[in-house]
Design a protein around this ligand. Structure first.
Ligand SMILES: [Zn+2]
Length: 199
C-alpha cells in the first residue's frame, strides 16, 4: 500500500532552523522534513484541505519541558486528529518506531505493529480505531480505482503539493544547524528535475 507505507528507515532530520519565536514559524521546514504527511498516520496534505488540518506537534509535551517548545528537533508535523489524540502524553518516538518494517498496513485499513513500541504507539494514538481504519480502507480503494481510470488524479493524490516551500529563501533568526538539507528539500529536487511524480 504505497499510500500508507511508513518510511524505510528511522528518520534523521535534514533541516535545523533555529531561533523562531513561535512554533508556527517552523511550519514550512516541518512540511518538507516530513514530506507533507502526518508522522503518525501518514495522512497527506494532498488528500484534503490542508489549512487548519495540519498541526505542529510537540513530541516532548510543552507541560513536561517548556524549554523545548521552540526546539526544531522536538517538533513534528501531524494531522489534527493525531495531534489531539497524542496531546500531552509521553509516547514512543514515531520517527524511530514507525518504519515499513515495524508497521504493516493491511488492505482492510488496519495496522499491525511488529514491535512492542510500535504496538504501544498504535494503541496510544488509537490508530486502529474504526475511523482511522475506514479512512485507510477508503483511500486504498479510491487509489486503486483511480489508478486505472484516472491516472492524472492518481498522480495528484500520491504526488507532492504544488506549493513546495523554497527553504533557501527563509532566514531563521538563529541560523540553520543543518544547511546541507536545503539541497535535499523537495523544492530543490523539483528545480533539478529529480522530484518523483509520486511517493
Ligand atoms: Zn495523523
Amino acid at each position: 500500500m504505497p499510500a500508507f507505507r511508513y518510511p524505510e528507515r528511522k528518520h534523521r532530520r535534514k533541516h535545523g532552523p533555529q531561533g523562531y519565536q513561535s512554533p508556527a514559524e517552523f511550519r514550512d521546514w516541518l512540511r518538507d522534513e516530513f514530506a507533507f504527511r502526518c508522522v503518525y498516520c501518514l495522512e497527506r496534505e494532498q488528500w484534503g484541505n490542508r489549512l487548519g488540518h495540519f498541526h505542529i506537534e510537540h513530541f516532548v509535551p510543552k507541560a513536561v519541558q517548556p524549554e523545548q517548545r521552540l526546539s526544531y528537533d522536538n517538533l513534528l508535523y501531524s494531522c489534527q486528529g493525531c495531534n489531539l489524540l497524542k496531546g500531552p502524553k509521553t509516547v514512543p518516538d514515531p520517527l524511530k518506531v514507525f518504519t515499513s518494517g515495524t508497521v504493516v498496513v493491511r488492505r482492510n485499513g488496519s495496522l499491525h505493529g511488529r514491535t512492542k513500541e510500535a504496538k504501544l504507539l498504535i494503541d496510544v494514538l488509537q490508530l486502529n480505531d474504526e475511523s482511522y481504519q475506514r479512512r485507510r480502507r477508503l483511500m486504498i480503494g479510491i487509489l486503486s480505482a483511480v489508478a486505472k481510470t484516472n491516472p492524472a488524479l492518481h498522480r495528484e493524490l500520491l504526488g507532492f503539493p504544488d506549493d513546495l516551500p523554497n527553504l533557501a529563501t527563509l532566514k531563521p533568526p538563529g541560523g540553520n544547524s543543518r544547511p546541507a538539507g536545503i539541497k535535499q528539500s523537495y523544492y530543490a529536487l523539483r528545480q533539478s528535475g529529480q522530484l518523483p511524480d509520486t511517493y
